[in-house]
Design a protein around this ligand. Structure first.
Ligand code: GDP
Length: 468
């Protein structure tokens, strides 16, 4: 019943897209975990689509088919607008700095006037293509895995996963003291939820991606509400008697699914045509094998989300609309000299392949790339101990000083990283990978040019080039 209702709502929502019926509307979802680079990606993408001097890989641009690109009011009145102007000013102003990252859903409509070439094009005149960019936290997407679970199943999964994680020591201690069969007290629930949330934050900081419920990390306006005040409890807790801690926790878990997670999937996720998933792959590699393995698992989870017609409760939503293309992009590739980009891409491609196998995925077209939405470095070769190292140079975010970074040599075969990760290795055997945070460089943009990037044009071509 619920599914039918949702499908109905989604169906009606499609009918309400503004503009003449002949206009093409492409909804592009941009997601990734916090700090993956969503805000910088959207800002630089839009700037580079408006000034296309650095977009040779976007065919419609090089073939001169895009007559103009301009921002328009978005079709959804109740979704916050992506604050493009503020973010662009942060990146391209006289004292450039990184903008504030994504914390909730936002949206932006970029419209194109496109002239088709050939006979048909000259007869028909220009057409309009709307690109609706929907920015949303990847943390929320991971909740999809949770939607198909009940409280007992979810608790068992989480508790098994965190049993030997140092980050969860505090929560485990709290759990020891909790009695699921005791009479429900709000303070007990709050203490458990706080300890669990602290674990999730620590796990994220340690490079883990499997941190659900997603809103515990990015609550938005829901912070402190009962639907966000629960935690996993040992087996049998949810079936303890009425009025007990265990029973109330199970009830709140269900409320979270129905009132927090589901509306997001219904209102935003279910309407997406094309999706880019940004991943800080270099950051995960730097953090070590558990973070890489975790990233692969997260990718498989995401692909499951996009698998049409398979996830029971979701089928009713996605049956209405199918995501046609998904791009997994390793961001911040400007931390690596270009001589290593192919290796980073190969690692991403191998991760996608494994995740696809794992998720038994046969749906959208997928691709893997390594990109930098905003290039903050220049390349440089440095002599070191008789060898020449291909480095990148930039201004360090921490000290403001100039520094050269050699990230370490990525292996020629992705399995050299992915195999130990899958086998549960704690550290890399004979390699060390570095990352540093660079500040955005001061830009001198010529007219018609957007901010410098790495392969943003190719990403755009894959994602929506066919619609322009
Ligand atoms: P979000 O949380 O996914 O919206 O992530 P942001 O877009 O705010 O990016 C998080 C951080 O990653 C930024 O503050 C930058 O430090 C870094 N970053 C993002 N994109 C790039 C990039 O293209 N190059 C470099 N060097 N750093 C980037």
């Amino acid at each position: 019943m619920v599914i039918a209702e949702i499908a109905d709502t989604v169906g009606r929502a499609f009918g309400s897209v503004t503009g003449p019926l002949s206009d093409t509307v492409v909804r592009l979802g941009v997601t990734g975990l916090s700090r993956a680079g969503k805000t910088v990606f959207i800002t630089s993408l839009v700037a580079n689509l408006m000034d296309r001097g650095r977009m040779p890989g976007l065919r419609a641009a090089t073939e001169g088919r895009i007559l103009s690109a301009f921002l328009q009011p978005q079709p959804d009145d109740t979704v916050p607008r992506f604050d493009y102007e503020t973010h662009l000013a942060a990146l391209t102003g006289p004292a450039p700095h990184w903008p504030e990252g994504t914390r909730a859903v936002s949206e932006l409509r970029l419209s194109f006037k496109v002239r088709d070439t050939g006979m048909v094009g000259s007869l028909r005149g220009p057409r309009t293509v709307h690109l609706d960019i929907v920015d949303y936290p990847g943390e929320w997407l991971l909740d999809l895995g949770l939607m198909g679970q009940d409280y007992a199943g979810w608790s068992a999964d989480v508790l098994a996963r965190i049993a030997d994680r140092a980050e969860a020591a505090g929560f485990r201690a709290q759990l020891e003291r909790a009695d699921p069969a005791a009479r429900f007290e709000e303070t007990a629930a709050r203490d458990l939820a706080a300890a669990f949330t602290a674990y999730l934050h620590a796990a994220r900081a340690a490079g883990f991606s499997d941190c659900t419920p997603g809103r515990f990390l990015l609550p938005g306006e829901m912070a402190g509400s009962p639907a966000l005040t629960f935690a996993p409890l040992p087996a049998g807790a949810g079936s303890s008697g009425r009025g007990t801690l265990g029973r109330e926790m199970a009830r709140r878990f269900e409320a979270y699914k129905a009132k927090v997670a589901l509306p997001f999937f219904r209102d935003h996720f279910a309407r997406i045509d094309r999706q880019v998933v940004l991943m800080d792959a270099l950051g995960a590699i730097h953090s070590g094998p558990p973070a890489v393995e975790d990233m692969r698992r997260a990718m498989a989870g995401i692909l499951t989300a996009f698998r049409p017609g398979r996830v029971g409760w979701l089928a009713g939503l996605l049956g209405v609309k199918r995501v046609e293309r998904i791009l997994f992009a390793a961001t911040k590739a400007d931390h690596l000299h270009h001589s290593q980009h192919a290796r980073l891409t190969a690692i991403m491609a191998a991760l996608v392949r494994e995740a696809k196998d794992r998720a038994d995925f046969a749906g959208a077209d997928t691709a893997a790339m390594s990109i930098a939405a905003l290039r903050a470095t220049v390349e440089e070769s440095v002599s070191h101990g008789g060898t020449t190292l291909d480095c990148v140079r930039g201004r360090l975010l921490s000290s403001g000083k100039d520094a050269a970074l050699y990230a370490g040599e990525l292996p020629a075969t992705p399995s050299a990283l992915l195999h130990p990760a899958r086998e549960g290795a704690r550290g890399w055997l004979d390699a060390d990978y570095q990352v540093m945070d660079f500040a955005p460089a001061v830009l001198k943009l010529r007219p018609g040019e957007g901010p410098p990037h790495v392969r943003l044009d190719r990403a755009a071509e894959f994602l929506f080039g066919d619609r322009l």
